[in-house]
Design a protein around this ligand. Structure first.
Ligand code: XMP
Length: 529
């Protein structure tokens, strides 16, 4: 995922995060900034991403245990380079500068940076000259990932070299106050000991205690929801996905039956999905769920629609109408709970006012109407997806719900290419069932990002028994991905593909051919529509 340098008014962080101990990443536009925050949290320390140029007074209010300056595309000598408030160097907390962040640290502290003769990009080995501080307990030679065009020519006063490479005499530097700069990227998988380096910074240098874990998050979130919601009612739209299920479960734990969940069965869901979600959340979690049977309404509205974007609009619009009708029935409901995640918050670049925000047109499930005024309860807005899954487990949600693959809001409507009819939905539903079943059986379900079937608008000739057939072609799409932004087709064993193909043709009436999609994203997308 590429994060661009946030502008001053686009506060990224700024909320009342769910714990007191924290480290802040100042974002200078690196594509890895989010990853740094995740890596820090993996070490048990809560971390937020803030714009690189946040005024120091705001940072001081957060009382961070340490600051991390991210990499970025600029050079410190660029006129319009994003810079930190110089006050950060007097905050009295250790600073770790990564790549461009290290160059900022060197430049701002009185050193000199110059363009490298040769841009260093890719794997390299650093030789550690001083195995202490961030390098405590690490071997002398470390494989690392480099990506930089500038190098440090002259160290700032009080700083010393603690690691070098063949091309960079200053691959890492240490200075007063626990400050460190590293030219390489500890947050990426290509720096295998990167997590230990970050851990050393957090625990050795910043003296963190490591208070960030899912159980303490649940306690804090439940208390915070109770405080905000008081005696009022809350509504939550369940999509069947993990985020809304976890958000609803947290709210339910906080305020019990003041929460009503809405589950719109729009006829575009996978086989057994609606029943399963409702069973888990009503029977196991004892939530109050209103199931809205809306298949006929959605299929009527989709009748004759073939354009993918139009399908999305129709599904969004119908969802909103259902939502409005049901909320009217419930009387005064001032709060709406949503499963918004931290990456959505970062990407939306909306000013974060954790208190009371009124909903705008943008909504997880498809844009609620203007004039509908709710205060949002978004207990997951500081979490990454993997953390949401851990919280779901801590709340006792079953593994199959916690580990669900992503499923698009418009559902199977965008997996039936061309017109969506009840019959064609039934075909894609049957094929989808086989794909998921076989992928689970082969142990690949949680290893791939998504696995599903698409009903193509193509018919092909086949032979079954002694008869000629002329039936549907189903495509199977199985992809690996970290975040859905890029993806690759999964190299699934031939035997698994063979079982999928055989079962679809045998078990799903109307299909005589199965093809496997071998396109990556880009240039293709994950969904076909
Ligand atoms: P694409 O097809 O754009 O998908 O590569 C990336 C990820 O987003 C999901 N997706 C959607 N999710 N509403 C959603 O809620 C949509 O309209 C939509 N379109 C795609 C897709 O399943 C994949 O995980």
């Amino acid at each position: 995922m590429v994060t661009t340098a946030p502008k001053q008014e686009e506060a990224v962080g700024g909320g009342t995060g769910p714990t007191t101990e924290r480290v802040l990443v100042l974002d200078f536009g690196s594509q890895y900034s989010q990853l740094i925050a995740r890596r820090v949290r993996e070490q048990g320390v809560y971390c937020e991403l803030w714009p690189g140029n946040t005024p120091v007074q705001e940072l001081a209010r957060q009382a961070p245990a340490g600051l991390i300056l991210s990499g970025g595309p600029a050079s410190v000598y660029d006129q319009d380079a994003l810079r930190p408030d110089p006050g950060i160097y007097s905050l009295g907390v250790p600073i770790l500068g990564i790549c461009y962040g290290m160059q900022l640290l060197a430049h701002d502290q009185g050193g000199r940076v110059r363009p490298a003769q040769q841009r260093e990009y890719g794997p390299a080995f650093v030789e550690v000259d001083s195995r202490e501080g961030i390098f405590t307990g690490l071997p002398q030679s470390l494989p690392v990932w480099m990506s930089h065009g500038d190098v440090i020519d002259e160290l700032p006063p009080g700083y010393r070299v603690v690691a070098h490479t063949a091309n960079s005499p200053v691959a890492a530097m240490a200075g007063p106050g626990g400050n460190f700069g590293i030219q390489f990227h500890p947050e990426v998988a290509h720096t295998p000991q990167g997590s230990e380096i970050l851990r050393n910074f957090l625990y050795e240098t910043c003296s963190c205690q490591g208070t960030w874990e899912e159980h303490s998050f649940v306690e804090h979130a439940v208390a915070e929801i109770r405080r905000r919601v008081g005696e009022h009612s809350v509504i939550c739209a369940l999509s069947g996905g993990v985020d809304s299920a976890v958000a609803a479960t947290l709210v339910h734990r906080a305020v019990g039956d003041q929460l009503t969940c809405l589950f719109v069965d729009n006829g575009l869901l996978r086989r057994g999905e609606a029943d399963r979600v409702i069973e888990v959340l009503t029977r196991n979690m004892r939530m109050r769920i209103v199931r809205v049977e809306a298949e006929a309404r959605f299929l009527n509205a989709l009748s004759g629609v073939v354009d993918p974007e139009e399908k999305r609009r129709v599904v969004g619009r119908e969802f909103i109408s259902c939502f409005e009708e049901e909320t009217k029935r419930l009387g005064a409901v001032p709060f709406l709970a949503q499963g918004t995640l931290y990456p959505d918050v970062i990407e939306s670049t909306a000013p974060d006012t954790f208190g009371a925000r009124t909903i705008k047109t943008h909504h997880n499930v498809g844009g609620l109407p203007k004039g509908m005024s709710f205060q949002l309860v978004e207990p997951l807005r500081y979490l990454f997806k993997d953390e949401v899954r851990k919280v779901g487990r801590a709340l006792g949600l079953p593994e199959d719900m916690v580990m669900r693959q992503p499923f698009p809001g418009p559902g199977l409507a965008i997996r039936v290419i061309g017109e969506v009819t009840k019959e064609r939905l039934e075909v894609v539903r049957g094929a989808d069932w086989v794909v998921i079943d076989e992928i689970k059986r082969s142990g690949l379900y949680s290893k791939v990002w998504q696995s599903f079937a698409i009903l193509t608008p193509v018919s092909s000739v086949g032979v079954m028994g002694d008869y000629r057939t002329y039936q549907n072609v189903v495509a199977v799409r199985i992809v690996t991905s970290d975040d859905g932004m890029t993806a690759d087709w999964a190299r699934v064993p031939y035997d698994v593909l063979s079982d999928i193909s055989r079962r679809i043709v045998n078990e799903v009436p109307g299909v005589n051919r199965v093809v496997y999609d071998i396109s990556s994203k880009p240039p293709s997308t994950i969904e076909w529509e």
